[in-house]
Design a protein around this ligand. Structure first.
Ligand SMILES: *Cc1c(COP(=O)(O)O)cnc(C)c1O
Length: 390
């Protein structure tokens, strides 16, 4: 089925990519097959030579995975998408395909922990160095670029402080220096923010989070121009092998169908929770881009469609008070995962940022009383009841 070019986001999320087989199935089929059969020796030769399109082997392409790829590309407004086994393997595939010894990465200091470890502990062993700057400091980004800087890497909003990077400004800085801007769009998803339309070159996803939306499977993706995604990244993935399983692709493409609906609901619930938290006497500070007091409220209004589903806040009384609030919850799940219909709560200073030194945490603003909540889709009154302190 070919969609008219101007259909809306929700229609793309539900309809893009599925080409019905002769069986006339309504839901997308799972192609559980590791290899594909050729009609003749000549066809096999043509496929292997790249003279003829078509499937060869499951590590290269799979029709169910391709439906997911086409659907996510259509949502992000990108030409091409490559699905991977996890969010981290998307970032690894990006680096394998685009970097070589002597190249540098310029990244925000506020990155997902495993991304920082990949850059510092593994890429470094292959002669690729990463420089870090403060997410919101555009002058620092521009000053830190070197002639060998190939990639600028950023997450916005950041975890767990919900600070924003100005994507358009960073894209201009990257392009003035012949670098590419990569945005990890995990927190917003294309429903709330479309980095490619703001000038970014590539978008990274952990499909494990909101794209699935119900905490069932690990997956990832890279979206961007076909010259990069098909030309540079697909060959790296075909060779190295971190491909997405067709079963997981099916879960994610079912997740995409309800993504616009869910993201609006997550954001509405988080907005309500953020306003409520700001009125609680136990709460010292609330970090949420949808609150007018957020330092980048104006940027959030233009760069994002809605503020998103994640709220962090500082409770009075430091770690003891934060742990007490977490331990008194009855419904909310104590886990560092996010992007689930189930609300989750975490204490960054003792979990995701637990291995940092006190000085590093203080410099980054990770207070002992800081709590992060990824707001799910339960009744908001029950989420509030769980977080109420006497
Ligand atoms: C979870 C996450 C990742 C890594 O994704 P996995 O699917 O767990 O490998 C990368 N970036 C961000 C922002 C994440 O939240």
């Amino acid at each position: 089925m070919t969609l008219p070019p101007d259909v809306g986001l929700a229609s793309r999320a539900i309809r893009t990519g599925h080409h019905r087989t002769l069986e006339g199935e309504h839901a997308e089929p799972i192609f559980a097959t590791s290899s594909f059969v050729f009609r003749s020796a000549a066809e096999a030769a043509a496929r292997f030579a790249g003279d003829e399109p078509g499937n060869i082997y499951g590590r290269f392409t799979n029709p169910t995975v391709q439906v997911f790829e086409q659907r996510l590309a259509a949502l992000e407004g990108g030409e091409s998408c490559l699905a991977t086994a996890s969010g981290m393997s998307a970032i690894l595939t990006l680096c394998l395909g685009l970097l070589q010894a002597g190249d540098r990465v310029l990244a925000s200091r506020s990155l997902f922990g495993s991304t920082t470890q990949l850059f510092d502990n593994y890429l470094s062993r292959f002669g690729i160095h990463t420089d870090y700057v403060t997410l919101t400091d555009l002058t620092a980004w521009a000053a830190a670029i070197r002639p060998t800087t190939r990639l600028l890497f950023v997450e916005t909003p950041s975890n767990p402080l919900m600070q924003l990077a100005d994507i358009r400004a960073l894209a201009n800085i990257a392009h003035a220096h012949d670098s590419l801007l990569v945005v990890d769009n995990c927190f917003c998803t294309p429903v709330l923010q479309q980095p490619l339309n703001l000038g970014a070159d590539l978008v990274i996803h952990s499909a494990t989070k909101y794209l699935d939306g119900q905490g069932r499977a690990l997956g990832g993706a890279i979206v961007g121009p076909a010259t990069i995604v098909q030309g540079r990244l697909l060959p790296a993935m075909r060779t190295a092998g971190p491909c997405m399983s067709p079963f997981n692709a099916w879960i994610f493409l079912k997740g995409l169908e309800t993504l616009p609906l869910r993201m609006r609901a997550h954001s509405a619930a988080a907005t309500e929770l953020a306003h409520w938290l700001a009125q609680q006497s136990a709460v010292e500070q609330v970090n949420y881009p949808g609150l007018p007091g957020h330092p980048q409220y104006a940027l959030a209004q233009t760069q994002q469609v809605l503020p998103g589903g994640i709220v962090s806040f500082v409770v009075r009384g430091g770690r003891a008070a934060a742990w007490r609030m977490i331990d008194q919850t009855r419904m909310i799940s104590i886990t560092a995962n996010l992007g689930d219909v189930k609300t989750t709560i975490t204490h960054p200073a003792s979990t995701t940022h637990g291995r940092w030194t006190d000085e590093q945490r203080a410099a980054a603003g990770i207070a002992e009383g800081l709590i992060r909540v990824a707001v799910g889709l339960e009744d908001i009154a029950d989420i509030q009841a769980d977080l109420a302190m006497d």
